[in-house]
Design a protein around this ligand. Sequence first.
Ligand code: AHR
Length: 523
Amino acid sequence: MIQFAFQLPNKLLSSVLLTCTLSAFSVLAENQAVISVDTDNTTFTINKNIYGQFTEHLGRGIYEGIWVGEDSDIPNTRGYRNDVINALKNLPVPVVRWPGGCFADEYHWRDGIGNRASRPTRVNSNWGGVEESNQFGTHEFFEFAEMIGAETYLNVNLGTGTAKEMAQWLEYMTATNNSSLAQERRANGRHKPFKIDYLTIGNEAWGCGGNMTPEYYADLYNQYATFAKTYSGKPPVFVASGGTGDDTKWTEVLSQNKRAKMDAISFHYYTLPTNDWNKKGKAIYFPQSEWDSTMVNTLKIEKFIRDNLKVLDTHDPEGNIGFYVDEWGTWYDVEPEHNPGFLYQQNTIRDAVVAAANLNIFHQYAERVQMTNIAQMVNVLQAMILTDKEKMILTPTYHTFKMYAPFQDAQFIPLEIDTMDYESSGDDSYPAVSVSAAKAKDGYIYLSLVNLSSKNLADVKLKLTNKVFTRAEGELLTSEKMNSFNSFSQPERVKPEKVGYAIKRGRLSVALPQHSVLVVKLR
Ligand code: AHR
């Protein structure tokens, strides 16, 4: 919130115009960004849950992506694929949301417990009408979260469920006495209760969750939240399912009608290159204009967050209600030859840049934005990981998340940035450089710098008020082309490389390559 961005709103430069209009700028040279950081000025904590993830019963996200079953030839531990578990553990993933998404509002928990061979097969009506085998259910989800060391975020069914069904699920998972449901859980192999850290009631109630009005949903939320009792450990953090895009009505109505426990309101926003849900744009072979529109569209999230936080500041001035962006990321046309309902898309350096720019925004608003969940973990939308039978690749987005790991639970440092803007089509523009700074738990200061341009190198000059630093060391993620990606035949085309820069008398200069993400630690 305290970050200052001195941009040049009316003096937009395309790369073509750059050379002839530069004289109009007194402070910035071509493609330049000037950043000032007072490294002693640490403020609020960047909640680690900003690095949260989302996995839904959708396409090959869970089945094949995480769960292959104990009898699979793919190396696995009790049914979970070893390669994916290890990659996720290495990130690390602080929190994971399950089972949906739209799927959550048609999920009936009893289908997913007990002997796997006897579980019913249902139709996944939201995602391709395929069979849902229910092999991955409550026990498998909590075991998965334990294996990757993540907290759990459960999305209960409001759309086609009942308050009774939800209450019984919660009792099944958390009761420690001899209630029949607790005994059933034990009989199904789990003596200890499961730990539910976060709980949300319904999903996208304005759409796939029931096409409700915010007023109607607010009443239902209060009813369900009243009966959402747990019987062991700390009560979960309760999240009301909120709005999307530029709509602040859901935040408004929910924050004004809180009559039961409501610790946060959620929000969803997806980045589409074209803004057209019927023709979203391609994941790999996209034109330059769609690089630009992707940057413009993804950065809109900052205004959406700001507008919603303004509403929360009015109705919850004490700051008790968090704002969770529990679905975000890029959404492209499904890759050719894949089931259109499976939302499988490739992931290029463009996605890595989008991820980094969004994370930098989330850091800035982390006092209220205490959780975000990128959609989705494996094989779906802006995934960390893609799999093809026994093969697995880490996407450029995975590398951004890994490089940013020191920002989890770090202390945010506000800064001043003066950066050139790039012109997109029409009146749209986007800044050349996005930046964030924080003091990490290891005691070091970290900086992230992102060059949002697909064409121009950015000449970044940093002024550090504290002159003790002599080196900046870290990793740079970039690639040959704006659409470079990792494939199953070339899994390491896009990967970070080690870099180091000298700092002299508090001055650090970085020639940031086009389409790149840099994270450095100051020594
Ligand atoms: O992430 C895919 C879908 O996007 C989710 O199921 C839904 O909540 C959103 O519309």
